[in-house]
Design a protein around this ligand. Structure first.
Ligand code: NAP
Length: 314
């Protein structure tokens, strides 16, 4: 009988039960138990934890963990809260999640390309105000982050006819895309991005990445889509750039504090679209299949997929 798998989350009971149901169906040979239902002996024995924003104290109460599987693709909070002594962490890498994110990036790029924010304002003012059509080939997209999600988004945008440039930490090569890395590469990308899409993880290096100085490198009238993490942008600097019309519009799905507080200026800014962190929700069905596959391989031969580099932060 394999050791029980601990399910550790800060979800409400209904959400947790739904996840347990789908995970147990994907792994009928495993015993997956919520942390609260594990006996003291079982807590000592558990080798694997499946987690979603776990309470770090509960992870510490599982001293035999060999590794942790996150149900989320973004692990910035996990890295911050568990720290360097955490067991190896595997994050969710799911082609379906990448497809959904690429779809979201394309949808909101079209929203900007087809001037929907301006038509929304025109309608509110009962103003009949047609604008010239802008062909995708004339709108340069800059993508910050070329990982699982950024690469899928870049390819989707490219298929739709947008010229795409990308930026990553290490040098990359993707056919048909202009790729940059490092600080000089960032300046080159920013100065040639009509729409800037942010898909870098939040790390010590990317916190406050889009500040006043870097935003000033964007062409006049550029727009921003942030689907990564709130703290990658400096909120006040983005608001200033929108107020002085250097930036035309910002589509923001992620915020330093979520839910976004009712008093936040973003809510009422005429050049901001606020989304409630919905650009790429995890699919329980595909995610549990991937988690199950990873656990099966580890049980069979002890091999883990790529784990998070805690020093690097992603
Ligand atoms: P990933 O596969 O780890 O890719 C991260 C990318 O960012 C890589 O290309 C990496 O460069 C680049 N990067 C990291 N630090 C950098 C730096 N300092 N300078 C330049 N590039 C840097 O991550 P992913 O799966 O694509 O996910 C990206 C992020 O999306 C997550 O961390 C999360 O914050 C966010 N997310 C949001 C939602 C949502 O619903 N809004 C859903 C899921 C995820 P290298 O390739 O050189 O390593």
């Amino acid at each position: 009988m394999p050791s029980p798998i601990a399910f550790v989350s800060r979800m409400n009971r209904t959400e947790e039960d739904d996840w347990l149901d789908v995970l147990r169906k994907a792994m009928p040979d495993e015993r997956i138990m919520p942390f609260r239902d594990l006996t003291e002996d079982e807590r000592q024995m558990a080798e694997i934890a499946i987690v979603a924003n776990p309470d770090p104290a509960e992870i510490s109460a599982l001293p035999g963990l060999s590794w942790i599987h996150s149900l989320w693709a973004g692990v910035e909070r996990l890295v911050l809260e568990l720290g360097a002594t955490a067991p190896p962490i595997v994050r969710l890498v799911d082609p379906e999640l990448a497809r959904v994110m690429a779809e979201a990036v394309l949808a909101w790029t079209y929203y900007l390309q087809r001037d929907m924010p301006a038509y929304h304002r025109s309608q509110a003012a009962r103003r009949w105000d047609p604008r010239p059509y802008r062909h995708p080939s004339t709108m340069r997209i800059g993508l910050l982050g070329l990982g699982a999600l950024g690469t899928a988004a870049a390819l989707r945008l490219q298929q739709a006819g947008f010229p795409v440039q990308g930026w990553s930490r290490t040098r990359k090569d993707l056919p048909g895309l202009t790729l940059h890395h490092g600080e000089d590469g960032l300046a080159a990308l920013l100065s040639a991005s009509d729409i800037l899409v942010c898909l870098v993880p939040l790390t010590a290096q990317t916190r406050g990445l889009l500040d006043r100085q870097r935003l000033s490198l964007l062409p006049e009238g550029a727009s921003l889509i942030n689907f990564a993490r709130g703290a990658v942008i400096v909120a006040d600097d983005v608001l200033d750039a929108l107020d002085n019309r250097h930036l035309d519009h910002a589509v923001l799905d992620v915020f330093e504090r979520e839910p976004l507080e009712a008093t936040a200026r973003f809510w009422s800014h005429p050049h901001v679209t606020v989304l409630p962190h919905i650009s790429a929700p995890t699919s329980p069905t595909t995610a549990s299949g991937i988690v199950a596959g990873n656990i099966r391989v580890w049980r069979r031969n002890g091999t883990l997929p790529t784990t998070i580099d805690m020093q690097r932060g992603y």
